[in-house]
Design a protein around this ligand. Structure first.
Ligand SMILES: [Zn+2]
Length: 306
């Protein structure tokens, strides 16, 4: 059985055809057309799926991970930020099922990233029966999985660690609240903090961590606070969920060689004994996970019909 795994983000739409052994048969990506709002984003999505169908490889279903809050039961985008303009309210499952005539399944992109890591990442061999993922990128994503399946919660917000409040009455967040984790632990938050609190104006997290690794005092203060907050959030996750494993993904993990050891020291300080490990699939985790989502559902349906 082959499925399409699709990852929809504010900068790109990426898709793969993948089989049950997690082997990629075909791959396609385009920039997300956000200038025309929902219609533009849908055009990008359709372009990628059409291209994947082009080779006539049999496809049994489509799994999709999208930025924003997703209702996986209704297959709708419940909430989306300005990164995907006018995306909120899109009945994506219905649109894709009508157009392509195969079953379609939708999840939040952090949820698919966790599914991807559990299916095809280095933690796959551990087969953890519970796992939490934090993605540190432009924003902060999060996901919880129990027995290999995403825990969505009653309002599709379980695992939205980026919007757990870290600092009461703190920085304004684009979700409408104040002091959310995303405003302190995203790459954007880190570069903003360095720009306002130091004499440097790095644009990329990797430059900040490089300055940190060579002992730049100004940058060190900002990054030490960042790592302290991250360790505190991880500690809170161990108390709230107590998972077997916590995965840290997102763009900031690309420069982990500069800061991971400091995080490990802080975790010891907070007496965290849970396995905390970097994600291994990078920006392909979402596509793998979207495919895994489709395969999970299709296998369930097959089991029901036997
Ligand atoms: Zn928020």
């Amino acid at each position: 059985m082959n499925v399409i795994g699709l990852d929809i983000g504010g900068t790109g739409v990426k898709g793969v055809i993948i089989n049950q052994d997690a082997e990629i048969l075909q791959e396609m990506k385009v920039s997300t057309n956000i200038s025309e709002g929902r219609e533009g984003i849908l055009r990008s999505v359709v372009f990628v799926i059409d291209s994947l169908f082009w080779d006539n490889i049999p496809i049994s279903g489509i799994g999709v991970g999208s930025a924003g809050r997703i209702d996986p039961v209704k297959g709708e985008v419940v909430f989306a930020t300005a990164n995907l303009p006018d995306w909120e309210g899109t009945k994506l499952q219905e649109i894709l099922e009508e157009k392509y005539g195969v079953k379609c399944f939708i999840e939040n992109d952090a949820n698919t990233a966790l599914l991807g890591e559990l299916w095809a990442g280095t933690v796959q061999k551990l087969k953890p029966d519970s796992a939490v993922m934090l993605t540190l990128g432009t924003g902060v994503g999060g996901a919880n999985a129990i027995n290999g399946k995403i825990l969505n919660g009653s309002n599709s917000q379980s695992g939205e660690w980026g919007h757990v409040i870290l600092v009461p009455h703190g920085k304004h967040c684009n979700c409408g609240k104040e002091g959310c984790i995303e405003q302190y632990l995203s790459g954007t938050a880190l570069t903003n903090a360095v720009r306002t609190e130091t004499d440097f104006s790095f644009t990329h997290g990797s430059e900040i961590f490089e300055a940190y690794s060579i002992g730049n005092k100004q940058v060190k203060d900002v990054v030490d606070r960042y790592i302290d907050y991250l360790a505190l959030v991880i500690y809170n996750i161990t108390v709230a969920i107590d998972p077997v494993i916590i995965l840290i993904g997102g763009g900031l993990v690309d420069s982990k060689e500069h800061w991971w050891h400091s995080l490990e020291d802080k975790l010891k300080h907070y007496q965290v004994t849970t396995v905390v490990t970097p994600a291994s699939l990078g920006n392909k985790a979402g596509m793998y996970g979207a495919a895994a989502l489709a395969l999970q559902h299709l296998e369930e349906k097959r089991g029901e019909s036997v």
